[in-house]
Ligand binder design. Structure first.
Ligand SMILES: [Zn+2]
Length: 260
């Protein structure tokens, strides 16, 4: 289930007349895919096969995360039957955000790096549960085995931070961070990568694959992401208005763990 409320600011119904603005004519005339909300030339939805997964997925998207060309929240959600995408800044509870009762929020995990530094933690695990101080939780295996749903914060680092602080119910959930061994496949395409370096779709794949011990889930999501990026690069040549180059220099803030 993907809910499209509050998208009116930047998603146009296909029937609405389009304005012709200088330099944006292709952006204006290209219809949006109702599933991924990308302009149709950038859409790869037809190639997505949903995965059966035990873990539920909720993606909270900051309203200013408007990168329709390179965003991955809705593409990620299409891989899972029960995934929910919500756009907004705050919700009164996990149940309200998700749209169904959650008996035990402590069996949900929010992926939020914040100021935690995985390199400072003594771990080589892909997924790490941390406490409010950003330290390793004592019972990693027990916490991670009990997780039944995850919350991803979709946006830039500062947008994710805003979502974290505006939704205090997240403190009732577990908090997890990722320990990626490789930087994002976005490469230089994205101006302001997430601080943990990964796109939402890569993060979802890595997290769910680790929690379910099914590496194939990460492989499927990464393959979809590769197809999305390949399509983007093709469109950059044929319809550059739809696939703008990033402005300015990409921030290189992926902090790679030093390995001795
Ligand atoms: Zn689509």
């Amino acid at each position: 289930m993907v809910e499209a409320n509050q998208r009116s600011a930047y998603s146009r119904p296909m029937s609405e007349p389009t304005k012709s603005e200088k330099g944006e004519s292709a952006v204006e005339v290209a219809a949006d895919c109702p599933r991924c909300q990308k302009p149709m030339p950038l859409c790869i939805c037809d190639s997505v096969t949903p995965i059966e997964s035990r873990i539920s997925l909720l993606i909270l998207q900051h309203p200013q995360e408007q990168d329709r060309a390179l965003g991955t929240a809705r593409l990620t959600a299409q891989h899972f039957e029960q995934a929910v995408v919500k756009v907004g800044l705050s919700w009164p509870s996990l149940s309200k955000a998700l749209g169904r009762p959650v008996p035990d929020p402590s069996r949900w995990a929010v992926l939020y790096l914040g100021s935690a530094k995985v390199a400072d933690l003594d771990t080589s695990s892909d997924v790490v549960a941390i406490n409010r101080k950003g330290e390793l939780e004592d019972h990693q295996r027990g916490i991670l085995n009990d997780i039944e749903g995850i919350v991803l914060l979709d946006g830039t680092w500062s947008q994710a931070k805003a979502l974290w602080w505006r939704n205090p119910w997240m403190l009732k959930c577990q908090r997890v961070i990722l320990n990626p061994k490789h930087p994002s496949r976005y490469g230089a395409l994205r101006r302001e990568p997430r601080r943990d370096g990964l796109s939402t779709i890569e993060a979802a794949g890595m997290l769910i694959a680790a929690l379910e011990r099914r590496p194939q889930i990460a492989a499927v999501l990464n393959a979809s992401f590769e197809r999305m990026l390949t399509r983007f690069r093709e469109v950059q040549h044929t319809m550059p208005e739809l696939a703008p180059k990033p402005k300015g220099r990409p921030k290189r803030d992926f902090r790679r763990r030093k390995r001795g």
